[in-house]
Design a binder for this molecule. Structure first.
Ligand code: 8YV
Length: 313
C-alpha cells in the first residue's frame, strides 16, 4: 500500500477525522513531533497538508515534504504559515474565511458585554450563595456608547453591524475609508482610540500588525476605556496592556486571544478588570464543521485539478 498523499496535522474532531480519512484517505498526525517520525518515503508522497494549529509552518518544515503543493489551513488566520516561503516553493495556501464571521463577531460582543456588565463576577455571586450578603456593584453601560473597530474587514464589519444595533456610535480604522454612512473613519489608530470608550481589535495577524495596538493606543483609550481582542495576541503590545490594566491607566479588557496560547501570561488571571476566553471565537459545532468542510473542499479541488475555493497566494 502506498502511503497517503494527504497529511492532516493537528487535533481534529471525530467527524472531521472520519471525513479526512474516508473522503481524502488522509493520514492524521496530532503534531510536529509525530511528523518528525515519518519516513523519508512517506514524506515524499505528501502533496497536500491539512493544517490545524498555531505552531509555525515555515520554509524549513515545508522542505520536509519535497512534493508538497498545497497547505490547506483550518482557520481564516494563516499567520502561522509562512506564505512568503510557500509561494516560491510552488506551494498554494488556502484558508477558511467567511464561514466563521458570525461566531467571531458574536464572541466580540459577548466579551464586551461580559467585561462591562461584570458577568463573571455576577455569576460567581449567584453560584457562591453570597448574593444574600449584598448585590453586585453597579457596572458599565455598553448600549449607546462610542466604539472603535480596529480593522474593518469581513469580521470587523460583522462586529460593527452588531454594535450599531446596540445604538452605538461606530468609529473605525482601516487601510482606506469605506462606504459606511454614519460611521466615522480614522486614519490613525491613536486618534481612533482617543475618540471612543470601547475598542475592538479585528485585525489580521502576522508580522505587519505586530503590536499595532501600541502603548500609545492604550494610553489614548484611557482609564475608562475597554479593549476587546478577537484577532491574535500579537496585535496588541501585551506587556503594555497588562501594565495598563494593573495600574488602571486602561479600564478593562475582554480577550479571546493571547501571546503563547495556551500557556498565557499568569498575570491575566490575577486581574479583576478582564474577561478571558480560551481562543474560542469560532468554536461552535456548526462553524467548526463548516471550517472543516471548506478545508477539505479545497484539498478535494486540488486533487481533482479544479480551482481552489479560497486561495491565499
Ligand atoms: C482557529 C482562528 O483557527 O480562524 C482563525 O483564524 O483563530 C480560529 O478559528 C481555531 O482555533 C482552529 O485552530
Amino acid at each position: 500500500m502506498t502511503s497517503p498523499k494527504v497529511l492532516a496535522i493537528g487535533s481534529y474532531t471525530p467527524i472531521d477525522a472520519t471525513a479526512l480519512t474516508e473522503d481524502l484517505q488522509a493520514q492524521i498526525l496530532p503534531n510536529w513531533d509525530a511528523v518528525a517520525a515519518l519516513s523519508t518515503d512517506d514524506r515524499a508522497n505528501v502533496v497536500a497538508v491539512a493544517y490545524k494549529g498555531h505552531h509555525a509552518f515555515g520554509g524549513d518544515r515545508m522542505d520536509l515534504f519535497p512534493n508538497l503543493k498545497l497547505i490547506a489551513n483550518f482557520g481564516v488566520g494563516y499567520d502561522a504559515i509562512d506564505v512568503s516561503a510557500a509561494t516560491p516553493r510552488g506551494i498554494k495556501v488556502t484558508n477558511t474565511p467567511d464561514v466563521l464571521n458570525d461566531d467571531v463577531a458574536d464572541t466580540a460582543v459577548a466579551l464586551l458585554l461580559s467585561q462591562c456588565r461584570a458577568l463573571r463576577q455576577g455569576e460567581e455571586l449567584v453560584r457562591s450563595g453570597n448574593w444574600s450578603k449584598g448585590d453586585l456593584p453597579l457596572n458599565r453601560k455598553v448600549s449607546g456608547g462610542k466604539v472603535g473597530i480596529l480593522g474593518l474587514g469581513r469580521i470587523g464589519r460583522e462586529i460593527a453591524d452588531r454594535l450599531a444595533a446596540f445604538k452605538m456610535d461606530i468609529h473605525y480604522y482601516a487601510r482606506s475609508e469605506k462606504d459606511t454612512p454614519g460611521w466615522t473613519f480614522h486614519a490613525d489608530p491613536v486618534a481612533l482610540a482617543e475618540a471612543v470608550d470601547f475598542l475592538v481589535v479585528a485585525l489580521v495577524g502576522g508580522k505587519e500588525t505586530e503590536k499595532f495596538v501600541s502603548r500609545q493606543v492604550l494610553e489614548a483609550l484611557g482609564p475608562r476605556g475597554v479593549i476587546v481582542n478577537i484577532s491574535r495576541g500579537t496585535t496588541i503590545d501585551e506587556e503594555a496592556m497588562i501594565q495598563a490594566l494593573q495600574n488602571g491607566t486602561l479600564g478593562g479588557a475582554g480577550l479571546d486571544v493571547f501571546l503563547n496560547e495556551p500557556n498565557i501570561d499568569p498575570r491575566f488571571a490575577a486581574l479583576e478588570n478582564v474577561a478571558l476566553q480560551p481562543h474560542q471565537g469560532s468554536g461552535t459545532v456548526e462553524t467548526r464543521a463548516a471550517m472543516g468542510q471548506l478545508q477539505r473542499d479545497n484539498i478535494a479541488n486540488f486533487l481533482n485539478g479544479t480551482a481552489l475555493l479560497t486561495p491565499v497566494n
